[in-house]
Design a protein around this ligand. Structure first.
Ligand SMILES: Nc1ncnc2c1ncn2[C@@H]1O[C@H](COP(=O)(O)OP(=O)(O)OP(=O)(O)O)[C@@H](O)[C@H]1O
Length: 357
């Protein structure tokens, strides 16, 4: 396994790019440590496949380098990079049994029969497919076919990195959660460097120790799931991660306070910078209903099982809140308070408050 370093990578599909808008990948600079579990998360078109293809060698970046353990592999074709990939759709041989499919990547590398048998047995056990080892792959359903595809990706222990590209796309929704946690468990057992590409926040946050969040070809934040939730560096991260996402509200600055719908709101700390469009960011989990706070009117209550999601109007702006206890009926006047240590100002999308130590 290897440490993967992407150094000042940029990519444009246009022959003579003029400005940032011509770059599908604006700039990425990241180091993924040997044996870590990482996710690349972002909506469709943000540049995930471009980045994946650069790492696997299908695409040469316009600028920058790809380094595996400090070895520059930027110019190497895929077959010289020693990578295992699991794709959206199962890649297995229908005419072979599950055992033969799992053994194939090892056989191809000339691994001896005893080692193959042991490793296939080990992987089959981890994936809970031991009872299917002698079943022909053509007789498997799509879920099991994808499981075997994953097994093929994990069976070799000499690859630099295992990359998963939206691997749960074909999996039945009720099995998704099971495979999601299975993959995490597998990583803990296999300890390979793994990169998981997805547009699904739950998959990314369940799997990864660290998530790279992308928007429009740009990395907007790299962080642990907790960091992404607790202190989004960009309004996009706040809104994209969390359910419901962070409230992004119009505001102005007055000294070290924000002014929202005519009310002063305390912030996590002093604001930085000048100019730009300002927004107030606060997660619904940190908005409280109480006796004091901003006057609002409750306009919607959704019982989502674990808690209630509330929509309240403060002046002309809708604010979402999460409540553990049953709220008053829709239409009631309420008061909202924002936890100051979780209330931030964003300038042109980027965080512009400093947390007090
Ligand atoms: N071969 C190509 N030629 C020109 N433009 C491309 C090419 N491939 C991708 N793009 C553009 O580059 C940008 C990033 O696309 P990319 O496929 O990397 O995003 P993505 O996050 O993987 O999206 P999806 O999840 O839909 O595949 C998009 O604007 C896309 O239109």
């Amino acid at each position: 396994m290897a440490q993967i370093r992407l150094s000042k990578l940029r990519h444009s599909y246009v022959p003579a790019p003029k400005g940032p808008e011509d770059y599908a990948l604006k700039e990425i600079d990241v180091t993924w440590r040997d044996g870590g579990a990482y996710a690349l998360l972002g909506p469709s078109g943000c540049g995930k496949s471009t980045l994946l293809n650069i790492i696997s060698g299908l695409l040469t970046p316009s600028e920058g380098q790809v380094l595996f353990d400090d070895r520059d592999v930027t110019g190497l074709p895929p077959d010289q990079r020693n990578i295992a990939q699991v794709f959206q759709f199962p890649v297995i041989y229908d005419t072979m049994t599950v055992r033969q499919n799992l053994a194939f990547p090892l056989k191809n590398r000339g691994v001896d029969a005893a080692t193959i048998e042991a490793r296939v047995g080990e992987i089959a056990e981890m994936l809970e497919v031991t009872d299917m080892l002698d079943t022909k792959a053509s007789n498997l359903g799509p879920d099991n076919k994808q499981k075997i595809s994953m097994g093929r990706g994990l069976v070799r222990d000499d690859v630099n990195v295992v990359m998963f590209d939206e691997p749960l796309t074909v999996i039945d929704p009720h099995l998704k959660w099971k495979l999601r946690s299975k993959l995490k468990e597998l990583h803990q057992k296999v300890r390979a460097t793994m990169i998981y590409v997805t547009h699904d926040q739950t998959e990314a946050l369940t799997f990864a120790d660290e998530v790279v969040v992308m928007q429009d070809g740009e990395v907007v934040q790299i962080g642990t799931p907790v960091e992404l939730f607790e202190r989004p560096q960009h309004t996009f991260v706040g809104h994209f991660i969390g359910s419901p996402g962070m409230n992004v509200l119009p505001c102005e600055l007055r000294g070290d306070h924000a002014v929202f719908e005519g009310h002063e709101v305390a912030l996590e700390g002093p604001a930085t910078g000048t100019g730009g469009t300002l927004k107030l960011g606060i997660r619904p989990e940190y908005v409280r209903l109480g006796e004091t706070g901003l006057p609002a009117q409750l306009v919607k209550v959704s019982d989502v099982g674990r808690h209630f999601v509330l929509d309240a109007m403060v002046g002309n702006t809708r604010v979402k809140a999460v409540s553990e206890t049953p709220p008053p009926p829709t239409g009631s006047p309420v008061n909202l308070s924002f936890r100051p240590e979780h209330t931030r100002v964003y300038r042109d999308g980027w965080i512009a408050t400093e947390a007090r130590p």
